[in-house]
Design a protein. Structure first.
Length: 181
């Protein structure tokens, strides 16, 4: 879990010859209209984490997914009856941020969700800038969703069986898109 761990995994997979990587995981959806259990496909990631900033030497840069793979993920999700949310996510180190305006600030910038790996996952590597890499996430919303009215937590936990079904749908989409692409 987290950017440092995914950096190790990606590096080793690339050294072993992997050419196409799809990251499946969960996220805390904050984007307008995203409901608990829906699918988010990350087209890019705002690097709000320490690992990505270290790799970039502090330079401003939002790692971006391979467009062809994102398109294949979207088409596969739609063919399987899902309506994914596609856009930028924010990779963070801290799940429970105490800043009262944190969620509304990132939401106003168009960020769909908070998660902990995508910016490092999409960084340039052995196969080129995010090439052949895409981020696919199921919104579990159990950590970082906040109502914008008064900054109160929105109680939107998924029951375990629904969370498992959402993750299984996400994995099915990733596998089918990987084969199709």
């Amino acid at each position: 879990m987290g950017a440092p761990s995914i950096a190790i995994v990606v590096e080793e997979l690339l050294r072993l010859g992997a050419r196409r990587l799809i990251r499946v995981g969960t996220c805390g959806g904050i984007g307008r209209g995203i409901k608990t259990g829906e699918i988010v496909i990350a087209s890019s990631a705002a690097p709000v984490d320490g690992a990505t900033r270290t790799y970039l030497h502090g330079d401003p840069y939002a790692p971006t997914a391979d467009f062809g793979l994102v398109r294949t993920l979207v088409e596969t999700a739609e063919r399987l009856g899902q309506k994914p949310h596609v856009g930028q996510v924010a990779t963070v180190d801290v799940f429970y941020n105490p800043d009262s305006d944190y969620f509304s600030k990132w939401r106003s910038r168009g960020v769909l969700a908070f998660e902990m790996e995508t910016s490092v996952f999409l960084l340039p590597g052995g196969s080129g800038q995010g090439r052949g890499r895409g981020g696919l996430r199921g919104d579990d919303s159990d950590r970082e969703r906040r109502a914008l009215r008064g900054g109160q937590f929105e109680e939107s936990y998924l029951p375990l069986d629904e969370l498992n079904r959402s993750i299984e749908r996400t994995i099915e989409i990733a596998l089918e898109a990987g084969i199709a692409g």
